[in-house]
Design a protein around this ligand. Structure first.
Ligand SMILES: Cc1ncc(COP(=O)(O)O)c(C=O)c1O
Length: 482
């Protein structure tokens, strides 16, 4: 995409869209925010949007839709079977992702359930660049195990490595040798590796993974939920593709994989999901599971309106002025926060900015959920809802022991074309303040811990009276300001 320079020399991520529908936001007083935290079990998933100023919990299903998507939704073809909306989605999948067989699923994790149900046998191992919470939960649910194979650089929170999501090829070979290819149903690559800070892999790395998969006759699966952003960063950071169109980059990536699945909540700024392949055998193995878990093969649990929005949204991933908006805002947020001394994950990735809370809250023991505590504190002092991406998001091992995350991150998602630059500046300002006052933040403990995906519904409470102390300091510094 052509860089638009400012006469002042400032590097500003200029919006290449206009806003025609708006939603009023509330910034409720800090005392109400504390009440809201108590009602929500000090888990940002427990908050109501009426208490939230900027909702940065996720980009999943919250990206702004385009006028063309909304228009397409009006022509949806309501039919249980044979809907023309599905035909249009199929065509978009074939054009954009290069796969002729499409299986619809109601969202990304539903696709993971279908794939795991079909291919995971007890004791199987799935090598991947890194897990996503729902992926791990589904694979283990069917008795499988995973192994994460990143290079050491990926675990460094501050780095200038352009492709921290790259699969460690030497380790992949080692794992296949030790485990045996027959115990590995597939290798999984996740585009824009979510849990390590939205970090991409390079096409060169994907080619090499493909070669290893071919050598051992193992299927290669791509989680394409954040494929558009990965493709955008390939264009920015991988010299071979600097002048290649987004369409071609996306095609190159998907053509290297046997099976591609996605959360349409992310990939196409809509809600839904799908699995696609060019392999008839894979299609036939998975197809019977769709009516069982999702719905008939031409809707898969989705509304036909959303199917229309997915079709248009898929074509819009070709438009780098659309895809670049979120990564460029994230870059601005990360760079501005780093300038103020807030430790952030670098280089800036996609889907959100990631705060390295372990570095800020060294005084909180990891048993007290460092990132979860910081997420609660950040909501309290700003009204901004982020998401804990640390040990609280991890699941316990088979013996019930805590497993501690490699990183303790607060993720502040930046959905596409939703926020304005002054809102991003507000986030940086409050992050700066909380970092300077981080000593006042204390830990959390579970009062209700669900057995699976505990971070969604778990309820916690603060250890000690740190919330009151934080409010007192906020009042001292900000007076009557919200
Ligand atoms: C990489 C990745 N895979 C899978 C999923 C699951 O998708 P969904 O939320 O649509 O179930 C997500 C969701 O955030 C994701 O980021």
């Amino acid at each position: 995409m052509q860089e638009i320079k400012f006469f002042s020399g400032e590097n500003i991520p200029l919006e290449l869209h206009k806003v025609r529908v708006v939603q009023k936001l509330n910034l409720v007083p800090i005392e109400r925010r504390l009440e809201a935290l108590k009602e929500g079990g000090f888990n940002t998933f427990g908050l109501q949007t009426t208490d939230i100023f900027l909702d940065m919990i996720t980009d999943s299903g919250t990206n702004a839709m385009s006028d063309n998507q909304l228009a397409a939704m009006m022509r949806a073809d309501d039919a249980y079977a044979g809907s023309q909306s599905f035909v249009r989605m199929q065509k978009a999948v074939e054009d954009v992702l290069g796969k002729k067989y499409l299986l619809p699923a109601h969202q990304g994790r539903a696709a993971e359930n279908i794939i795991s149900c079909a291919y995971i046998k007890k004791g199987n191992l799935v090598p991947m660049n890194y897990h996503f919470t729902t992926t791990l939960a589904h694979i283990t649910q069917y008795g499988g195990r995973i192994v994460e194979l990143l290079y050491d650089e990926a675990y460094k929170t501050t780095s200038s490595h352009p492709f921290k999501g790259n699969m460690n090829l030497e380790k992949l070979e080692e794992v296949i040798k030790m485990e045996g290819a027959s115990n590995i149903p597939f290798i999984r690559m996740e585009a824009s590796t979510n849990l390590i800070g939205g970090q991409p892999f390079s096409i060169q790395n994907l080619r090499e993974v493909r070669a290893i998969a071919d050598k051992h006759g193992i299927c290669l699966v791509l989680d394409a939920s954040l494929l558009g952003e990965n493709a955008y960063l390939v264009k920015q950071r991988e010299a071979e593709f600097a002048n290649t169109s987004m369409a071609e980059i996306i095609h190159t990536m998907t053509s290297l994989c046997d099976l591609v699945y996605f959360s349409a909540r992310k990939l196409s700024s809509s809600r839904g999901g799908g699995i696609c392949t060019n392999d008839e055998k894979i299609y036939k193995e998975l197809a019977p599971l769709i009516p069982l878990f999702e719905g008939f093969l031409t809707y898969g649990g989705m509304s036909v309106r959303e199917i229309e929005a997915i079709a248009v949204g898929l074509y819009e991933t070709w438009d780098d002025s659309m895809i670049c908006q979120s990564p460029r805002f994230i870059e601005y947020l990360v760079n501005s926060a780093v300038e103020k001394g807030v430790p952030m994950v670098t280089p800036p990735g996609v889907l959100g900015a990631h705060v390295n809370t372990r570095k800020i809250c060294k005084h909180i023991p990891r048993t007290q959920y460092i990132a979860g505590s910081f997420a609660a504190a950040f909501y309290l002092i700003s009204g901004v809802r982020g998401m804990e991406r640390g040990s609280l998001s991890n699941q316990r091992d088979e013996y019930g022991n805590e497993t501690y995350a490699d990183m303790e991150l607060l993720r502040l998602a930046v959905p596409r074309r939703v926020f304005t630059l002054s809102q991003i500046k507000y986030v940086v300002d409050r992050l700066d303040w909380l970092t300077r006052n981080a000593k006042l933040v204390g830990g959390l403990k579970f009062v209700y811990e669900p057995p699976v995906l505990r971070f969604f519904m778990g309820r916690l409470e603060p250890i000690g009276d740190w919330t009151e102390k934080l409010i007192a300091k906020f009042k001292e510094d900000f007076g009557d300001s919200l």
